[in-house]
Design a binder for this molecule. Structure first.
Ligand code: 4UU
Length: 538
C-alpha cells in the first residue's frame, strides 16, 4: 500500500552505502578476529589497571563456553547475566552465547523481585552473577522455579566461578547456532507501553547492527574507549563492548559512574573516545573537578540514550577543546542503532541525533493523521525498518504486532523531524517511557506498585525534567484514599524506594484530587505533563 502523494517520497532511506546482512553468530562476529590481535590489550580494569589481552579473551570465552556446556547449558537455554561492568563480562557473555545460550542481561541494580520477574518471564535456567550480588541472585532464584544453577564471574563458596571454568578441559561446544533465528541477547524493555518485555535480538540482528554502525563510528587498534555505561544495557553492550572488541580497540572498564574515578581513568589510561549519557555530559561541562585532570588524550565525545541539549553538547566539547558532543539514536528493539552522527562529519547541525545508518529506512507518521507520512521539516512519530529490527517480544505476539506492522515498520514512540540534509532531530516522546539518566523507567510498573498501597486510591507517573541532574525523573500524581492515614510525600517516596531499584525511585510527588483518564480508563499522560511540566527536549 502506498501513502498518499505517491509512493516513496515520504520514506527516508539511508544515504550511506548499504551493508549486507551478517548471518554470523555474535561471538564469531565480535571475537573472530581476536586471536589475530594476539597480545594487544583488549580490556583494562579502570580501577586496578589489570589488563586482558585479545589472545586471553579469545581463550577465556572458549573455556567458559566449554565449562558451561559441560554443566548442561544447551542451545536455546536462557542464561541471566547479572553483573556490573568488569573485564570478565565480555568473555562470560560470549562464552555463554558460544555455548548456545540466549543471554538475558540483568540490571545490576535490580531488586530480587525485579530480577525474579525477568527470570520467570523468560524461563531462565542459568544465572551468572558476581559474589557481591549473590544474595540478590539467590533470593531471585528462590522466588521462581526453573533456575538450575548459579555461577559467579569471580569466586564464591559453593558456586562454580569463572576462574574454575578457565581450567576446564571439557571440549569446546558446537551449539549449531542458526544466526538468522536463534536469540543471542534478550534484554528487557518496556517499549512504548506497559511493563518490561523480553526483546528477542537474533545473532543476525546484533551482528548486522555492528556492521551498520562500523562505517560511521570506525574504531581501530590503539583507540581506547571508556566503558562506564553498563554492558547490561544494549547501548553499552554494542557501542562499548562489542564494537571496540570487534575492531581491536582497547576497552577501559569502570563498574559505575563516579566523577573522580571517571576523570582519573581518562587521564591514566589516555582514553581517546567517550560514550556517555546526558548527565555525564553535564558533569563534564560543569564540574570544577574536570580542571584537575589531563584529559588531552580525548579525540571525540559521544552521547545517546536520552535527549541532549544542543548548547550543553557544545559547551562540553568547548571545555575539552573538542567539537560538540555527537549523538546516536537507538532503542533496545533496534539492536540498538538507527541514527548516528558520523565521526568524519565536519559540521553536523547542532542537536541532531544523526543520519540513518546503512540499510535502514524511516517514516515519520503524522501525529494528527496516522495514515499520512510527514516529509522533511514536519514532525512525525519515527518508524524504522531494517535488519536491526527485533524479532519480537518474547511470548507476546500482541505487543509485538502493536509495535511492528506487517511490512516490518517498527514504531518507536519518539517524535522526530528531518532537515533537508537528512539529519534527524528527536523533538518529543509520545510513549509512556521515562528515561532516568538513560535507564528505562516504566510508568506502568510504578503505577501498579503505588496502587498496591492501601492509602492510595489512584496514581499516575510521568516524566518531569530535573535541570540540575540533567535527566528526566519519575513524577507521581497520587490520589489519597479517603479514610486512611494521610500519606506524606516523604513517606510515599521511602515506601517506593524500599521496593524498586534506585534508578526507578519516585523523585517528585504531587497529591491530586483525581487522575485524568479517557473514557477507556487510559491515563491522559500528556495532560499531566503539559499541565505542570512542559517538555524540554533538544
Ligand atoms: C533522544 O537508550 C537506548 C539506546 C541508545 C542508543 C544510543 C546511541 C543506542 C545506540 C546508539 O548509537 O535504548 P532504550 O531502549 O533504553 O531506550 C530507547 C529510547 C528511545 O526510544 C528514545 O526515547 O531512548 C530515547 N533515546 C533518545 N532520545 C535514545 N537515544 C536518544 C537520543 N536523543 N539521542
Amino acid at each position: 500500500s502506498h501513502p498518499p502523494h505517491g509512493g516513496d517520497e515520504h520514506v527516508f532511506r539511508s544515504t550511506y552505502p548499504d551493508v549486507a546482512p551478517v548471518s554470523v553468530a555474535v561471538h564469531d562476529t565480535v571475537l573472530g578476529p581476536a586471536a589475530g590481535y594476539g597480545d594487544a590489550v583488549a580490556l583494562i580494569d579502570g580501577v586496578t589497571g589489570a589488563r586482558v589481552s585479545y589472545a586471553r579473551l579469545d581463550h577465556d570465552h572458549r573455556r567458559i563456553a566449554a565449562a558451561l556446556a559441560a554443566a548442561g547449558v544447551r542451545k536455546g537455554d536462557v542464561l541471566a547475566l547479572h553483573s556490573p561492568n568488569s573485564t570478565v563480562y565480555p568473555a562470560v557473555f560470549h562464552g555463554a552465547t558460544r555455548a548456545g545460550a540466549s543471554v538475558t542481561t540483568v540490571n545490576s541494580m535490580a531488586t530480587a523481585e525485579e530480577f525474579a520477574r525477568q527470570l520467570q518471564d523468560c524461563a531462565a535456567r542459568w544465572i551468572i552473577t558476581v559474589a557481591a550480588l549473590l544474595d540478590t541472585a539467590r533470593r531471585a532464584a528462590e522466588l521462581v522455579p526453573g533456575v538450575r544453577e548459579i555461577f559467579v564471574c569471580d569466586r564464591a563458596e559453593g558456586h562454580t566461578g569463572v576462574p574454575a571454568m578457565l581450567a576446564s578441559t571439557a571440549p569446546e561446544p558446537d551449539a549449531g547456532i542458526d544466526p538468522d533465528h536463534d536469540i543471542a541477547v534478550l534484554p528487557y524493555s518496556s517499549g512504548t507501553t506497559g511493563t518490561p518485555k523480553g526483546v528477542m535480538l537474533t545473532h543476525r540482528s546484533v551482528a548486522t547492527n555492528l556492521a551498520q554502525i562500523r562505517p560511521l563510528l570506525p574504531m581501530k587498534p590503539g583507540d581506547r574507549i571508556l566503558a562506564v555505561l553498563p554492558f547490561f544495557h544494549i547501548y553499552g553492550l554494542t557501542c562499548l563492548m562489542n564494537a571496540p572488541l570487534q575492531s581491536g580497540a582497547t576497552v577501559v572498564v569502570l563498574p559505575r559512574f563516579e566523577l573522580e574515578s571517571f576523570l582519573a581513568a581518562i587521564e591514566k589510561h589516555r582514553v581517546t573516545g567517550l560514550y556517555m549519557a546526558p548527565p555525564i555530559v553535564l558533569a563534564l561541562a560543569k564540574q570544577p573537578a574536570v580542571e584537575r585532570y589531563d584529559l588531552s588524550s580525548l579525540e571525540y565525545l559521544y552521547c545517546g540514550a536520552a535527549p541532549l541539549d544542543a548548547r550543553l553538547a557544545e559547551a562540553c566539547g568547548a571545555r575539552l577543546g573538542l567539537p560538540a558532543v555527537r549523538q546516536g539514536y537507538g532503542m533496545t528493539e533496534l539492536s540498538p542503532g538507527a541514527h548516528i552522527v558520523p565521526l568524519a562529519e565536519p559540521a553536523p547541525p547542532p542537536g541532531t541525533v544523526g543520519r540513518l545508518v546503512p540499510g535502514t529506512e524511516m517514516k515519520l507518521l503524522s501525529l494528527d493523521d496516522p495514515g499520512r507520512c510527514a516529509g522533511p521539516g514536519e514532525d512525525g512519530e519515527i518508524a524504522i525498518r531494517g535488519p536491526q529490527v527485533m524479532k519480537g517480544y518474547l511470548g507476546r505476539p500482541e505487543a509485538t504486532a502493536e509495535m511492528i506492522d506487517a511490512e516490518g515498520w517498527l514504531r518507536t514512540g519518539d517524535v522526530g523531524r528531518v532537515d533537508d540534509g537528512g539529519w534527524l532531530f528527536v523533538v518529543d516522546r509520545v510513549k509512556e517511557l521515562i528515561k532516568y539518566k538513560g535507564y528505562q523507567v516504566a510508568p506502568a510498573e510504578l503505577e501498579a506498585l503505588l496502587l498496591s498501597h492501601e492509602a492510595i486510591a489512584d496514581a499516575a507517573v510521568v516524566g518531569a525534567y530535573d535541570e540540575d541532574a540533567g535527566t528526566e525523573i519519575p513524577h507521581a500524581f497520587v490520589v489519597r484514599r479517603p479514610g486512611t492515614e494521610p500519606l506524606t510525600a516523604t513517606e510515599l517516596q521511602e515506601w517506593v524506594a524500599a521496593r524498586v531499584a534506585p534508578y526507578k525511585k519516585v523523585r517528585r510527588v504531587s497529591f491530586v484530587s483525581g487522575v485524568p483518564r479517557a473514557a477507556s480508563g487510559k491515563i491522559l499522560r500528556r495532560e499531566l505533563r503539559t499541565a505542570r511540566e512542559p517538555r524540554r527536549l533538544g
